[in-house]
Design a protein around this ligand. Structure first.
Ligand code: S5P
Length: 469
């Protein structure tokens, strides 16, 4: 190891930026070490060393501008920019409500390449958010440089999405230098090494194992119905008249564990619609999910949910919710209700060009995680199984991931819908597939529903068997 790297490790240890012992992490887990590089800016000699290390490590990278992820890496990127005479840009933490409203500050040309610097890599997730912001502004990202790699497989995670990770030092380097100098004892060193060599992904569990860990009654009910019915197919029954609606539902009822409605599409909705729907749900043992996609302020959604022509809260146990208006929407919808009801939050959408960002997705899941009593899970999508896995890893095991935009025969509908295969959806970690036109626009919905049910269940069973091991 280069002497400059050894010095960096010793310096960081000396100023208390690397600590060993027992620390509680944000996630609640405990860690045998703690890294906090925020104070390095107060040590110009250390910054100089870092900048010279960065300079030599990136000598093979090609880029037109440099950025650092705020706050810790931004001053480092600024120093490097001076050193290399390469322009600096940076991402605002919040978009200004006035002025230009720009997310990226600095001048650059569309299509230029941006090198991203950060202090640490743990899972890689915040790197995707940074890359996405740069890419949305028209820059191209190939390389990330991190001062310390404390991840299990960060470079692999980034490589799967086409990015290269260069790290200056790893946790193994730190252990080596500090134990050699007698600054870390062997027992603690082996604890640290075991800790970083554990996959960040929680061990995946089978659905029955997850059911045991799930407390929310309506989420349990979903899991129990999937297991009892041996189906993870949700029929999206977007038809416009009652006759077709009930014909298809009667024919496909045996194959599905849940029906998803858009009740406002039905043009001849009458008082007997709900009793008939409930009757079939009971006959065929499936659940009812209204895809209302509530998105307004709490007081308005409360009325939309409980009142109006459809009185959704009376018959739909599950509904979809957009979090754009903030967490209070959940109180508006589910607070003070006499009957238990639960929501699925839109974490990602299948529609081409939708405006959901990586950051938004993370924030939606953070809210959903803290509201498990009324949030059974999320609606998500992805470009492929790997991309869906990244999403699934953010979702707790006692919540579900439902996936629309699934079709066995088509890639899209000409109106922005993007389809995935059943296998990619399930392999990526979807717990259920939502299928509409693949079934309802076919000549024989009953046969198609069986085909989707069988392929969904086969993929699900083989994933579950792997997880249960
Ligand atoms: O991102 C989404 C979220 C949803 S809920 N993309 C979607 O397609 N949906 C819904 O799933 C959509 O409103 C429709 O009811 C169903 C997909 O229908 P299909 O005919 O394309 O399978």
């Amino acid at each position: 190891m280069k002497i400059e790297k050894q010095n960096l490790i010793l310096d960081l240890h000396r100023i208390g930026a690397l600590k060993f012992g027992e620390f509680k992490l944000k996630s609640g887990a405990s860690s045998p070490f703690y890294i906090d590089l925020r104070s390095i800016i107060s040590y110009p000699e250390i910054v100089k060393n870092i900048v010279s290390l960065l300079k030599s490590e990136i000598s093979n990278c090609k880029f037109d501008v440099i950025t650092g992820i705020p706050y810790t890496a931004l001053p480092l990127a600024a120093q490097l920019s001076l050193e290399l005479n390469t322009p600096l840009v940076y991402q605002r933490k919040e978009v200004k409500a006035y002025g230009t409203g720009k997310l990226i500050e600095g001048h650059f040309k569309q299509g230029q390449t941006c090198l991203i610097i950060d202090d640490l890599i743990t899972t890689g997730e915040s790197k995707f958010e940074a890359a996405e912001a740069m890419e949305q502004a028209g820059l191209t990202v190939h390389d990330f440089v991190c001062l310390i790699d404390r991840s299990y497989n960060g470079s692999e995670v980034l490589a799967k999405q086409g990015y290269q990770l260069i790290s200056i030092v790893t946790v193994a380097d730190m252990i080596e230098v500090l134990t050699t100098k007698g600054l870390l004892d062997a027992q603690l060193a082996s604890k640290v090494s075991d800790f970083v060599n554990q996959p960040v992904e929680k061990p995946q569990l089978s659905l029955s194992q997850r059911l045991r860990e799930t407390k929310a009654p309506l989420t349990r009910k979903l899991m129990e119905t999937i297991l009892r019915k041996k189906s993870n197919l949700i029929l999206s029954l977007d038809v416009e008249d009652t006759k077709t609606f009930f014909e298809i539902l009667d024919a496909t009822g045996p194959e599905i564990f849940m029906v998803k409605t858009h009740v406002d599409i039905i043009k001849d909705f009458r008082g007997d619609f709900v009793p008939r729907l409930k009757g079939l749900a009971e006959k065929y043992d499936f659940l009812i999910f209204e895809d209302r996609k509530f998105a307004d302020i709490g007081s308005t959604v409360r009325k939309q949910f409980r009142s109006g022509v459809h009185r959704i809260a009376e018959w739909a146990e599950y509904v979809t919710v957009h979090m754009i208006a903030g967490e209070a929407i959940l109180d508006g919808l589910f607070g003070d209700l006499e009957v238990p009801r639960s929501g699925f939050l839109l974490a990602r959408m299948s529609a081409k060009g939708n405006l959901i960002s990586e950051t938004y997705t993370r924030q939606v899941i953070e809210i959903g995680k803290s509201r498990k009593a009324c949030v059974s899970g999320y609606i998500g999508h992805g470009v492929n199984a790997e991309d869906i896995k990244r999403l699934r890893n953010k979702i707790p095991q006692d919540q579900l991931l439902l996936m629309p935009g699934v079709n066995l025969d088509s890639g899209g509908d000409g109106l922005g819908q993007q389809y995935l295969s059943v296998e990619s959806a399930i392999e990526g970690g979807a717990d259920a597939i939502i299928v509409g036109r693949g079934i309802i626009a076919s000549e024989n919905p009953a046969i198609e529903a069986k085909r989707y049910r069988d392929s969904g269940w086969k993929a699900f069973k083989s994933r579950d068997e792997q997880y249960a091991k």
